[in-house]
Design a protein around this ligand. Structure first.
Ligand code: PRP
Length: 178
């Protein structure tokens, strides 16, 4: 059985794009000492690579969240599994995600973080699936816009597997439909 249909984004293309994002964010946040908020677990590898190339002073913290359901009915429900360890009031916050799908997670998370009065709040995502969006939310920094396919690797999982792959791959239907 071949587990993957194809490599969607190669290791080289990811490295090149992540470096570009780092350079752009470094320019935009020069002397602002931004706080990067890594959303566990999916964005841990992206965050590490992104921050490796940031060349202005910065801080990092971690959060683990999930949103229940989809659509407007459950749009206010955010489950915080692990909260930040620092107060973000007055800080320039950049939320780092691996993927925006329906947008529910970020929509809820953004509202929560804004209620804590940061100086500014922006979103950086490696992948964006605009076709799947049910919330009116977009990233300020996007690595790649991708079609509506089941992707794994570079932090993204299926049943907690495949996060350690160095590239982003399309998972074969036979893996998740069996
Ligand atoms: C994924 C991803 C986002 C969210 C995106 O997290 O990291 O947080 O789903 O989906 P949405 O736009 O439809 O809300 P997941 O809950 O799979 O956790 P993980 O990062 O630990 O894999």
């Amino acid at each position: 059985m071949n587990e993957f249909d194809k490599i969607l984004i190669s290791q080289e293309d990811i490295a090149k794009r992540v470096k570009e994002l780092s350079q752009q964010i470094s320019r935009d946040y020069k002397d602002l000492n931004p706080l990067f908020v890594c959303i566990l677990k999916g964005s841990v590898i992206f965050t590490a690579d992104l921050l490796r190339n940031i060349d202005t002073p910065a801080q990092i913290d971690f959060m683990s969240v999930s949103s229940y359901g989809s659509g407007t009915e459950s749009s206010g429900v955010l489950n915080i599994k692990k909260d930040l360890s620092v107060d973000i009031e007055g800080k320039h916050v950049i939320v780092v995600e691996d993927i925006i799908d329906s947008g529910n997670t970020l929509f809820n998370l953004k509202n929560l973080l804004l209620s804590r009065n940061p100086a500014s709040l922006k979103i950086c995502t490696l992948l964006d699936k605009p076709e799947r969006r049910v919330q009116d939310i977009n990233a300020d920094y996007t690595g790649f816009s991708i079609p509506d396919e089941f992707v794994v690797g570079y932090g993204l999982d299926y049943n907690e597997n495949y996060r350690t792959l160095p590239d982003v791959r399309v998972l074969s239907r036979c893996v998740y439909e069996k």
